[in-house]
Design a protein around this ligand. Structure first.
Ligand code: HEM
Length: 275
């Protein structure tokens, strides 16, 4: 029988590391498909209505949406929606390691566009929430506002670390920023996953202010941030157990993400284009 030299044998920690990274990649590619679907919906629905001069169609979805004569608020909302497409397309591109290695210039420029877009979209969102409102109650307003403030802070910290060439710190803040920017997307897929699991709108409430909506208003970005911290800590540790646990958790979350994307696509986005 052929003997494998000890140095060439795969160590348990290395195998666990590989499994964790593969699970993370699977999640990223699944999310990429879901975010493309979201960007396509925003571009086609809001962009299509705007190009046709039918701005009032925006209010089929929006609660504090388009108001005839309310020029400043309408422009701010328009900028918010336009940047929603830009940021949703630009974000996942930053996560592809092969692109980062082969096209460092693209990574840098796309990153700058992404961070500026993240700050402007959040400022526009804060203005829209507190001048026109949004679906749901106080929890939704406070939840999404905190999301916006955390986006601005993370963008500034990721940028500062990149300028200081502290690339490990930059990577960590950039990953946090990506998950925070994805908060509104997580909200939609999380909501549809929950409804699909229960086969009913449990905890949603008549005014979209039920206990589950209040939970998700914060959970849509705090839960992804907590999972990311687990992933980063597992990567920092020498042992294999935490990496295997994280790999398993990421596989389950990939399945949940895929089901949530399916639910949001079929239940929230596609119906706007059905004849
Ligand atoms: C950073 C990533 C964000 C993206 C990609 C994004 C995307 C969107 C999209 C697509 C809509 C239209 C609703 C729909 O069709 O589902 C929307 C509406 C809105 N967003 Fe954002 N958003 C982001 C962040 C924020 C933040 C941080 C805030 C608040 C601080 C905010 C406040 C709003 C408000 C107030 C509306 C109008 C809601 C209504 O009238 O019912 N957004 N956003």
């Amino acid at each position: 029988m052929t003997q494998i030299a000890p140095a060439l044998r795969p160590s348990p920690a290395r195998a666990a590391d590989k499994a964790m990274r593969r699970s993370a990649s699977l999640w990223v590619y699944t999310a990429l498909i879901g975010q493309m679907a979201f960007a396509l919906y925003v571009a086609a629905f809001y962009g299509g209505a705007a190009l046709g001069g039918r701005f009032e169609d925006w209010n089929e979805v929006l609660v504090g949406g388009y108001r005839p004569g309310g020029t400043v608020g309408n422009v701010v909302l328009g900028v918010h929606l336009l940047l929603a497409v830009v940021i949703t397309l630009a974000g996942p591109v930053q996560l592809l390691p092969w692109l980062r290695k082969r096209a460092a210039g693209l990574h840098r420029w796309n990153g700058r566009i992404y961070m500026v877009a993240a700050i402007v979209i959040s400022l526009a969102g804060l203005y829209a929430v507190w001048t026109r409102g949004t679906a749901g109650g106080v929890a939704m307003r406070v939840g999404v506002s905190l999301n916006g403030l955390l986006i601005i802070a993370s963008a500034a910290l990721a940028w500062r670390a990149a300028l200081g060439r502290r690339f490990d710190v930059h990577r960590r803040w950039a990953l946090r920023l990506f998950l925070l920017v994805s908060g509104v997307w997580f909200f939609r897929i999380g909501l549809m996953l929950w409804i699909l699991i229960h086969q009913a709108p449990v905890g949603i409430g008549k005014d979209f202010d039920g206990p589950f909506v209040r939970f998700l208003a914060f959970g849509c970005y705090l839960i992804p941030l907590a999972v990311l911290e687990l992933y980063l800590r597992a990567g920092d540790q020498k042992g294999a157990a935490m990496r295997w646990t994280t790999a398993g958790l990421l596989l389950i979350l990939t399945l949940c993400t895929a089901v949530g994307i399916f639910g949001a696509f079929m239940g929230m986005w596609l119906p706007h284009f059905a004849a």
